[in-house]
Design a protein around this ligand. Structure first.
Ligand code: ADP
Ligand code: MG
Length: 431
């Protein structure tokens, strides 16, 4: 919906001013996402907000637009946003700066790891908006170079991750020092009781906006499933990773033990894979995530809990090695891919006993997931797989394969494969 003005009219309808419409038009925003539709007008009204939406749904602009628009360019520091990591602080600052391109506002990021002197220098430029990690923000507050008592806007971005990382005390301390009248916005991919308590304590009658079941992002993902016997899953996954060659993929397992074992097997097969699950200490998890973010790890083997709040840009593939027992978990998993405007691929391995789970997912997302076949993949019988696992001596090319009972193995019917991009017509599936 774009009028001849070239400005994104749907955002104008929400109350966004021309100086910002110009900028987001340049960023190719046309229609607001669901979280933006709900948060922008509320934010402009001055309401406190507790907003929940999946990763990649445009939460930065959802809080950024209403706040930037309310900042007085003639005034001093007016807004503070806390973010869990250095990367996120930088990312959010970049996005806010693009949004404010025509608004003449100064936005600065402060985070650990960079020279204090450099950031002190930036703070000297009298920013209107500071985005920072809680640790560094506290540090600057203690030094007396960052006074937040009179800020008018406080944002907690990715609250769930900040709590995971253990910024609890810093957050409370910072929030309680913002003593002037201000608007508070929390955004998070997941919201639990602890976050609700935090909001109750530090926000005033916040509007609760939850679009985490939003179908939008799910519909943008190229979703398919592959029918496979349990004993063939690993072989199929290997082939799939080889053929798809995803630059950045997450493979989901339902259990910690499963994730550990799978990561080990993949590693053994020469795949650049690492596991992330609740048994790893926080520091180790952060380390793995950090390397994954830098694309030093290609395949992350994860359990659902550990994958909470993964914010890596450009995750191309989500592979459900185990179909999630709960349909909502499926939506959370595949929400990691297909950031706005980008296409993601989600492939689910399904055994013949799991047709019901698959149907439940389809009912929830209100979409049919198509079956696909993997080029060159030949299902084995469990017995063959067992033999393979026991590593029999390789057959010479001229030997006829035999089963251990001495019978010649029956020739397999060739399975028709139609290329990985083939999309069968909708209809009854064989499972
Ligand atoms: P989240 O914080 O929810 O994970 P981000 O705010 O980081 O998501 O946004 C993800 C990407 O989507 C960014 O590149 C952003 O510029 C883009 N984006 C946000 N809103 C829109 C929109 N309405 N139309 C198109 N792209 C958008
Ligand atoms: Mg975000």
């Amino acid at each position: 919906m774009q009028k001849h003005t070239g400005l994104p009219q749907a955002f104008a309808d929400l109350g966004v001013e021309v100086r910002f419409l110009k900028a987001i038009g340049k960023m190719n925003f046309v229609d607001p996402s669901d979280i933006q539709l709900q948060m922008i007008p509320r934010g402009l009204e001055g309401r406190d907000i507790l907003g929940q939406a999946q990763t990649g749904t445009g939460k930065t602009a959802a809080f950024g637009l209403p706040i930037l628009q309310q900042i007085d360019p003639a005034g001093r520091l007016q807004a503070l946003c806390l973010a869990p990591t250095r990367e996120l602080a930088v990312q959010v600052t970049g996005e806010l700066k693009r949004i404010a391109e025509f608004a003449n506002l100064r936005i600065v990021a402060v985070y650990g790891g960079q020279k204090v002197a450099t950031q002190l220098h930036l703070l000297g430029h009298k920013p209107h908006f500071v985005v920072g990690t809680p640790g560094r923000v506290m540090d600057f507050m203690r030094r007396g170079v960052l006074q937040i008592a009179r800020v008018r806007f406080v944002v907690l971005d990715e609250v769930d991750r900040m709590l995971d990382i253990g910024f609890r005390d810093d957050i409370r301390e910072i929030l309680s020092q913002a003593t002037g009248e201000h608007q508070t916005i929390f955004v998070s991919a997941t919201i639990d009781d602890e976050i609700k308590r935090l909001a109750q304590r530090f926000a005033h009658n916040p509007v609760d906006i939850d679009v985490s079941q939003d179908r939008l992002t799910v519909a943008d993902v190229d979703q398919s499933y592959v029918t496979v016997d349990a004993w063939d899953k690993f072989r199929l996954l290997k082939l799939l990773l080889k053929q798809e060659d995803p630059p950045v993929a997450i493979v989901f397992c339902n259990t910690k033990a499963g994730a550990r074992k799978l990561a080990k097997r993949l590693h053994g097969a020469g795949v650049n894979a690492k596991e992330i699950h609740g048994d790893l200490v926080q520091q180790k998890r952060e380390h793995v995530m950090d390397r994954f973010r830098k694309h030093q790890i290609k395949v992350l083997v994860a359990t659902d809990l550990a994958a909470r709040g993964i914010d890596v840009n450009s995750i191309s593939h989500i592979i459900n090695y185990d179909i999630p027992p709960d349909s909502e978990v499926y939506v959370h998993r595949i929400g990691r891919t297909a950031r706005m405007g980008a296409e993601g691929v989600a492939i689910t391995l399904v055994t013949s006993e799991q047709g019901k789970e698959l149907t439940n997912i389809e009912k929830l997302i209100n979409l049919e997931i198509v079956e696909r076949t993997i080029d060159g993949f030949k299902p084995s019988t469990p017995r063959e797989e067992l033999q393979e696992a026991q590593a029999p001596p390789p057959l010479s090319r001229f030997e006829t394969p035999v089963f251990s009972n001495g019978e010649a193995a029956p020739a397999k019917l060739p399975r028709r494969t139609l290329g990985s991009r083939f999309r069968p017509a909708r209809g009854r599936r064989r499972l």
